[in-house]
Design a protein around this ligand. Structure first.
Ligand code: GDD
Ligand code: MG
Length: 354
């Protein structure tokens, strides 16, 4: 069985972080995001190949995963000549496929039992099976209505407030039958959400919902990107690779290769990656992530801050509830707080306030 990961979007809501790092490989702690999805796919022995459907900065992604050797899954790359949207990308990536295929949005993190979804798809002899999950506000997602037997009766992408009739949304995980793909036009931008799914309902194809109530998040905005780190530190999401937080929620995790000087204050939960230096009097507060080779100088404060590799936080600077890209330089006594997102190589001069 093959799995297609839709990983070609521009990640515009995560800009400027995604200017040099496409969304599928933004780091979650010390690992590119797609590794977490591959971990999940590996749990299904039937899946023998993952097709990464790419468009934006495909080389950067290929460099990270190669042929999949390290991950234990065969990986193939399909790069669209121009963005084809979610539907066009699936058609383009599935040219030679005949059997049921698993499709995943490349930006969702979940602990779903995929085997159970595949089993339901087979049992119901469905043309398509979609995973739904409840959220507080469906407006940023695809709203999906179902009937008492678990069939999808309506799909409405990005509903207006007055169109919200239920709390179940498209979790971005499908089992599809390639025989239905002939209704997706070739080489044309096409949305699986706005065109393909509504067409299944119109034609009365067997279109089945699997409702999942466990951990699920779309990491595609700065708020959610910070949230996913919090959730892992709180052990709300427990991955297949042993993160220290799974067994020690609230832990202050410091790489054995990091250097924390005496007199630095480290408050868990937090994560300090290899090669990082935290100087005397610096304060790493809860829910902070200090990337590889970062340098946190004397009396600097990080609190709910995510700092990518190779950045420097100078003396007495404060970074709160914000995200810094790679190679950033925060000057002495600078204050960066409340939702600031800085791209790679940003420089904040001494005493600046953002
Ligand atoms: N190859 C390729 N080509 N991939 C694409 C393209 C494209 O043209 N456009 C988007 N993608 C990929 C993105 O990289 C992402 O992994 C996935 O398709 C979904 O795109 P998003 O841009 O993240 O969509 P969204 O989050 O607004 O909405 C989608 O996901 C929600 C769940 O997180 C929809 O599927 C909603 O219905 C759903 O609820
Ligand atoms: Mg998304």
């Amino acid at each position: 069985m093959k799995a297609i990961l839709l990983a070609g979007g521009k990640g515009s809501r995560l800009r400027p972080l995604t200017v040099h790092t496409p969304k599928p490989i933004v780091p979650i702690f010390d690992r590119p995001f797609l590794h977490y999805q591959l971990d999940l796919l590996k749990q299904v022995p039937e899946i023998d190949e993952v097709i990464l459907s790419l468009n934006y900065q495909p080389r950067r992604i290929e460099e990270v995963f190669g042929d999949g050797g390290d991950s234990g899954l065969a990986i193939r790359y399909v790069v669209e000549p121009a963005p084809l949207g979610t539907g066009g990308a699936i058609r383009f990536a599935s040219e030679s496929l005949r059997d049921s295929v698993v499709v995943f949005n490349g930006d969702v993190l979940t602990q779903i039992d995929l085997g159970a979804v595949i089993a339901l798809h087979r049992e119901r002899k469905a043309k398509a099976t979609i995973v739904l999950t409840p959220v507080d506000n469906p407006s940023a997602y695809g709203l999906v209505e179902t009937d008492a037997r678990g069939n999808v009766t309506r799909f409405l992408e990005k509903p207006n407030a007055d169109e919200i009739t239920c709390d179940t949304i498209n979790a971005g995980i499908y089992i599809l039958e390639p025989e239905t793909f002939d209704r997706i036009p070739k080489d044309t931008p096409w949305s699986i959400e706005r065109s393909f799914f509504p067409s299944l309902i119109e034609r009365k194809d067997t279109f089945v919902a699997y409702v999942y109530r466990g951990y699920w998040i779309d990491i595609g905005t700065p708020e959610k990107y910070i949230q996913v780190h919090r959730d892992i530190m709180d052990a709300k999401y427990v991955g297949h690779r042993s993160m220290p937080f799974a067994t020690h929620p609230g832990a202050a995790w410091v790489s054995p290769d990091a250097r924390v000087e005496p007199g630095a204050i480290i408050e868990g939960p937090c994560f300090i990656d290899e090669g990082a230096v935290v100087k005397t009097g610096a304060h790493i507060g809860p829910y902070s992530v200090v990337g590889r080779q970062c340098y946190v100088e004397e009396h600097a404060v990080l609190d709910n801050a995510i700092v990518w590799a190779n950045s420097r936080i100078s003396q007495e600077a404060v970074v709160r509830r914000s995200i810094l890209g790679r190679h950033c330089h925060i000057g002495r006594h600078a204050l960066v707080e409340d939702g600031v997102v800085l791209g790679d190589k940003s420089v904040v001069t001494d005493y600046s306030r953002l």
